[in-house]
Design a protein around this ligand. Structure first.
Ligand code: GLY
Length: 555
């Protein structure tokens, strides 16, 4: 395929990629565009595209590079979700961490508080390696072994640590196990500063095993033993049998029609798709479009819709273990009732469907890729907290998640964030914890025209909703839509979170007068989007949120 790229786009893309500056207009291409947290990963993807790889080959190379560049949140020790479209329909891949066989609903009651957050007992069985393998098995074109070159080079030769990664590692000093300090600190006392080069030769060996032995290279043998031994030495219960038994799941997306577009979103064990669906159904019912963007009326309605869309979230859980009550919380009758409960003049709060709403951490990684043929992937990976459990595998330097904290770990008691989760999300062996990750694809006339997702715990969901809204309703290009001021409401606590300094004092005062308890938040809190869109001129436009680090690139 001929490569056509306007010079200004090339210059813009290169400048942005190397400076990490916030975008002012979207980067454009005509063949394939990538939005990801790291320029190393974008370049890894472009190398595979240049080699003749298809979009899934590109995605796997991007993901593998991120295991090296973003050890705090995208390592092989985490899990995630992807929505992928390669010509026919939309597939959903669930490669989230699962609870080890030795866990139970009361698992954390017998342990000290914080055990689901710090140390080996917090670690779920990782799914990232199985996820990339499954994507490649189903859709890959190049050989699996060809996709590892960039990741291996980055691990061996080193990466320049970014400011964010440096800060994430600095804050782990008292949390890391000894292997964490060995693999991710220059000396036991000194973390890597921004710009310092981090080499990961041990991780390179694990990646080689995954490359040469496929799944067995990670889920059996030396790497699996290293993970199980390290977890057990740090108070956890993952065994090599847990790792050998890990399997991904293919699921069906949730679908919503909105303004002539089909929204494909993530079903449980994510709560994202259900909340997104409810929000867009409510937008239509309250006719929010008639109010000017950023007016008090519009933001008030946005907040009230998010509040109600999140209300049903706490009733959700892993579909293999829990019957999700969609016939209740997504039914026309329930949504009509929710719309009727919204008052334009004042903020109102309904009774909870269960005690309290769940909450999540924010250290998550998203990348989005779209090509001119409408092939697309949106993939979100997380370790939950920054560096997950703080436990890093001894031999191979793989940082391990603390995804177990996304379960209802102490029924009836607040979790690490001071909140209580629902019964359907209690810990059970093999089960996957409820998530907010919301990779989303949008089609028009049967072709995917947008691929997006975010990092940011529950704010993922509200940031994805508002970015889509700003494109489809406000009519913005992808960059302006991503950077646009955002709010977040998750039903409980009953607070309206707002981007700090992005709303006028008059709007904030107007919302307070209607009864909202406003909380202004630092950049990044309100979600961090990575998005690619096919615009009306048939250009692929890509953007990353200037609330976080990121890079875009393509052809
Ligand atoms: N661990 C964050 C989430 O899955 O939503």
């Amino acid at each position: 395929m001929a490569i056509r790229l306007p010079l200004r786009c090339l210059l813009l893309t290169l400048t942005l990629a190397f400076t990490g500056a916030a975008l002012a207009v979207p980067a454009e291409g005509t063949r394939i565009m990538i939005s990801a947290p790291s320029n190393y990963a974008v370049e890894a993807g472009k190398a595979i595209a240049n080699k003749g790889g298809n979009l899934v080959d590109v995605a796997v190379a991007v993901g593998l590079a991120l295991t090296v560049t973003n050890p705090s949140n995208a390592s092989l020790g985490g899990g995630g979700f992807a929505l992928v479209s390669m010509g026919q329909g939309v597939d959903v891949l669930d490669f989230r961490e699962s609870a080890p066989a030795a866990t139970s609903p009361g698992f954390y009651l017998d342990r000290e508080k914080g055990a689901s957050w710090n140390g080996g007992a917090a670690v779920g069985v990782p799914g990232v390696a199985a996820g990339y393998w499954a994507l490649h098995q189903k859709y890959g074109k190049l050989k699996w072994t060809e996709l590892f070159d960039s990741a291996l080079r980055l691990a061996r030769e080193g990466i320049e640590f970014t400011g964010t990664e440096s800060r994430y590692s600095e804050t782990q000093k008292d949390r890391f196990n000894s292997a964490g300090l060995r693999h991710f600190y220059k000396t036991p006392e000194r973390h890597y500063e921004p710009g310092d080069v981090l080499q990961q030769p041990a991780l390179a060996q694990a990646l080689e095993k995954l490359r040469d032995q496929n799944l067995a290279g990670f889920y059996r043998g030396a790497v699996a033993r290293d993970i199980a031994d390290t977890v057990q030495a740090n108070g956890g219960v993952i065994t090599t049998a847990d790792l050998a038994a890990y399997e991904v799941r293919w699921l069906e997306p949730l679908q919503t029609e909105f303004k002539g577009h089909q929204l494909y979103s993530m079903p449980p064990p994510s709560s994202g798709g259900a909340v997104i669906k409810a929000a867009f159904e409510l937008f239509e019912r309250v006719d929010i479009e008639q109010y000017p963007p950023l007016s008090v009326d519009e933001i008030h309605l946005m907040a009230e819709v998010l509040n109600r869309a999140f209300r049903g979230r706490a009733l959700l859980g892993d579909p293999d273990y829990h019957e999700n009550p969609f016939d209740r919380i997504l039914s026309a009758g329930y949504l009509d009732e929710m719309a009727r409960s919204i008052d334009l003049a004042r903020a109102t709060q309904l009774a909870p469907l269960v005690d309290k709403a769940p909450d999540d951490s924010t250290e998550t990684t998203q990348f989005s890729i779209l090509d001119a043929d409408g092939n697309a992937i949106t993939l979100t990976i997380t370790l939950n907290g920054s560096y997950g459990s703080g436990v890093v595998s001894e031999k191979f330097g793989i940082s391990l998640n603390n995804e177990m904290d996304d379960f209802t770990t102490r029924p009836g008691e607040p979790n690490a964030f001071g909140l209580v989760q629902g019964y359907g999300n209690r810990v059970q062996p093999g089960k996957r914890p409820l998530s907010s990750m919301s990779p989303t694809l949008i089609a028009k006339d049967g072709k995917i025209v947008m691929s997006l997702g975010a990092a940011g715990g529950p704010r993922i969901i509200s940031s994805v909703i508002q970015t889509i809204y700003r494109v489809l309703v406000t009519g913005l290009d992808i960059d302006r839509a991503v950077q646009f001021p955002r709010v977040h409401h998750q039903f409980l606590p009953n607070k309206l979170y707002m981007d700090e300094y992005k709303f006028s004092p008059e709007v904030v005062a107007g919302l307070q007068q209607r009864g909202h308890e406003t909380v202004e938040q630092r950049p990044g809190y309100l979600g961090r989007i990575k998005a690619v869109r096919l615009n009306d001129k048939n250009y692929l436009e890509a953007a990353y949120d200037n609330r976080s680090e990121g890079a875009v690139g393509g052809f």
